[in-house]
Design a protein around this ligand. Sequence first.
Ligand code: KG4
Ligand code: ZN
Length: 352
Amino acid sequence: MNYYLRMKEKFNALKDKEDVLILAIESSCDETSISIVKNGRQVLSNIVASQIAIHRRFGGVVPEVASRNHITAISSVYQEALLQAGVKSSELDCIAVTYGAGLVGALLVGVNFAKALAYSLDLPLVAVSHVYGHISANYISHKELTPPFVCLMVSGGHTALVKVEDYNKLSLIGTTIDDAVGEAFDKVARVLSLPYPGGPEIDRLAKSGQKSYNFTVSNSLKNTFNFSFSGIKTEVVNLVHNKLQRGDKLDSENIACSFQEAVTDELSAKAVKACRVTALNKLVVAGGVGANSSLRGKLAQLCKEYNIDFYSPDLKYCTDNGAMIASCAYFMIKDGLGLAKLDLTAKANVGL
Ligand code: KG4
Ligand code: ZN
């Protein structure tokens, strides 16, 4: 039988199969991750080879360096994923891979590895969007969670409020008109001479600081669900430069705390407002910035006040990982979506 017809048959058969074992590959930025997940919610292994230490000396991710390191890591990450899961490659039902959004060179390593694997194991290949993957991280951490809900998607590349109507049906409520929030965290950290990635460093430093600066976030967007972070970022950068020029002491803790407070006030207030406007009483946070302690605290508090159920992924599933991609692929398969051909390629940007 024709190869693609055979793949289509195998893919369709997974719709009604009781147990589906998916191996998923994630390489969109600086983490090489491969995970094996059963039925979308049970993680058997989730191996993450982080390149943070490599990129730290450059102050941020260098795309070419990231691609080369994915190539070096991916085969052993694959072996480790099978070993930890106690699964043989012959037991897998499907190969899933992040095809975008992200760094094209980095994505290509994962996509090509996935294609070779799917072809050699004679398994269907499923192409997953990174943003959908981040949302699915919550299905792993909360076995009872089902759509519909509102999702606050906050990462290094995305900032959005999304209405998740069903597993594969998303509509945009609001988004950033300039920088992603993670990008703003990383830039503020950089001007404070904190190591990459800056978000966790700001989070840590802010704990010993006070909100002594009144930074402002997007006044003109007050009555919308959109965000803007380039203004506050520039405000912080200018403040730091002025202080350094004057030879003043840099109170980095207070700057970090004031920045973080302003940003998390804005994100949490709009997220809860989105729940009220859409009449949905479930709020989910997703993406790397979802690991931020101030943001998680404020969302939990506000949700309690407004009687909204709040869900956040375990910290290890907030930042990039293969498990969230496998989970997402499972719900795509059940809806008959995502079957890819062997000409699948990487995309820097992917719409909702
Ligand atoms: O989701 P992610 O791993 O990759 C993208 O898809 O972009 O998110 C990475 C971003 C980085 O900007 C990083 O600084 C930020 O998430 N981040 C945090 C925290 N942990 C990671 N930002 C604020 N507080 C944190 N605790
Ligand atoms: Zn991500």
